[in-house]
Design a protein around this ligand. Structure first.
Ligand code: ATP
Ligand code: MG
Length: 401
């Protein structure tokens, strides 16, 4: 799925502005970040919102509008300019392009023309900002191979660790819709939940999306699970993909704490994720489930290849299966190992204070710091211990420990 482009528009004519707005509502790869009715105010709006695209209607005052095009093109705002007009006059088109417009579209706007233009602009936007998604965030989904393996601890504390850098805006999405407890880890009593977004999906605006998130003091945001326990699915996979795409356009990292039922919703999230963290501990039932889970996920071309294994609570028990034996059984390298520190972790949860604030100097907090640094490394294939891809089964696990 394509990531969302953020657009700001200026058009003094209310009627044409509204018709553009309703067209934008139907295009879910574009997010209307701001609208403006005066050419002279648009520069400020663009500086504040830093859109990917500036959409400028020339018709109300072509001279002023062309001047604005030139100013934006010359400014430090890293956006591409799309101009629209009812005029087909060659000299106007030429001047707009000379002043820095990337595309010129005629009004009334045809949806296909608009979408085709967006696709061309997308190449420019992503090309000019480096790798794909450098402005958009990463979706990191946490999957557990058993109850209580540490998924929520990892989602919450990874987000809190990243939030130490003010340039990061991590969000935790509690998609364990029945029993999720991310709010407990952050000691938040949320006013809104994912239910509010799901119920308003057709008229979702940026304000509602932001209102549904609660910001914790550590700097991370939480999109909580619904308050009531419900049997019916409150959010459909398509809606969820749209929510994630919109959040991804604005926030730096989305940590999705999914259920452990491998539902359609869980798989839909994994499909659009950039990275999937499969959390295990070093015991037989967990390791057996790692193999079963990998076998399932391998069947989805849009999922396999994105799965990284995290071994949590290393050193929990002296009789742990050795990591080496576990690796041989799984047939895949381990992305990260998190040490066992029950006192610190349970203290974090019971006090609702994430690791960087609760025990910043603990070994486990340092492990999280080093781990999140690796999230931004794109190609991890070469990193970490490389072991034979062939899964050797579980029979050898206890031999030679
Ligand atoms: N590295 C660790 N060291 C010690 N204890 C840990 C560690 N990670 C998690 N824990 C503890 O394990 C317990 C379960 O963790 P958590 O709730 O994160 O697991 P989960 O996989 O989300 O569980 P659930 O299946 O209920 O969603 C918590 O009490 C937590 O404090
Ligand atoms: Mg959990």
């Amino acid at each position: 799925m394509k990531s969302v482009l953020r657009l700001a528009t200026v058009d003094p004519d209310e009627q044409s502005r509204n018709s553009i707005k309703s067209m934008l509502l139907g295009v879910d790869t574009v997010w209307l970040e701001a609208e403006c009715s005066r050419y002279e105010f648009f520069m400020d709006v663009a500086q504040q919102t830093l859109p990917d695209i500036a959409l400028i209607n020339l018709d109300s005052n072509p001279q002023k509008a062309l001047q604005l095009v030139a100013e934006i093109a010359a400014s430090k705002i890293n956006c591409v300019i799309l101009v629209i007009s009812t005029s087909q006059e060659g000299s106007l088109i030429l001047q707009a392009m000379r002043n820095g417009a990337r595309e010129f579209l005629n009004l009334p706007l045809q949806l296909e023309d608009f979408v085709a233009s967006l696709d061309r602009l997308r190449v420019t936007v992503r090309g000019s900002t480096g790798e794909v998604g450098s402005r958009g965030g990463q979706i990191i989904t946490i999957v557990g191979v058993g109850g209580g393996v540490g998924c929520t601890a990892i989602a919450v504390n990874s987000a809190a660790t990243l939030a130490k850098n003010p340039q990061n805006t991590p969000v935790i999405i509690d998609l364990d819709l029945a029993l999720g407890d991310a709010d407990v880890w952050l000691d938040i009593i949320p006013e809104h939940s994912i239910r509010d977004i799901a119920e308003n999906i057709t008229r979702l605006d940026y304000g509602l999306l932001k209102r549904s998130l609660t910001r914790h003091d550590c700097g991370a945001y939480l999109l909580p699970r619904p308050v009531e326990l419900e049997q019916d699915a409150i959010v459909r996979p398509d809606d969820l993909r749209r929510i994630l795409a919109l959040l991804k356009a604005t926030f730096s990292h989305l940590f999705v704490d999914i259920s452990k039922s491998f539902s359609r919703l869980d798989l839909a999230v994994m499909e659009v994720s950039d990275r999937i963290l499969l959390v295990t501990q070093l015991d037989l039932s967990c390791l057996r489930n790692v193999i079963r889970t990998m076998q399932l996920l391998d069947q989805f071309p849009s999922i396999r290849g994105k799965v990284d294994i995290i071994v949590n609570r290393v050193g929990l028990d002296e009789s742990d299966i050795s990591l080496q034996k576990a690796l041989e059984a799984i047939g895949q390298s381990v992305f990260w190992q998190i040490p066992n520190d029950y006192a610190v972790m349970i203290g974090c949860r019971n006090n609702g204070i994430p690791l960087p604030q609760f025990a910043p100097r603990s070994r486990v907090a340092r492990s999280f710091s080093d781990m999140v640094d690796r999230f931004d490394v794109v190609d991890d294939a070469a990193a970490g211990e490389e072991v034979a891809r062939k899964r050797s089964g579980l029979f050898g696990l206890f031999a030679g420990r």
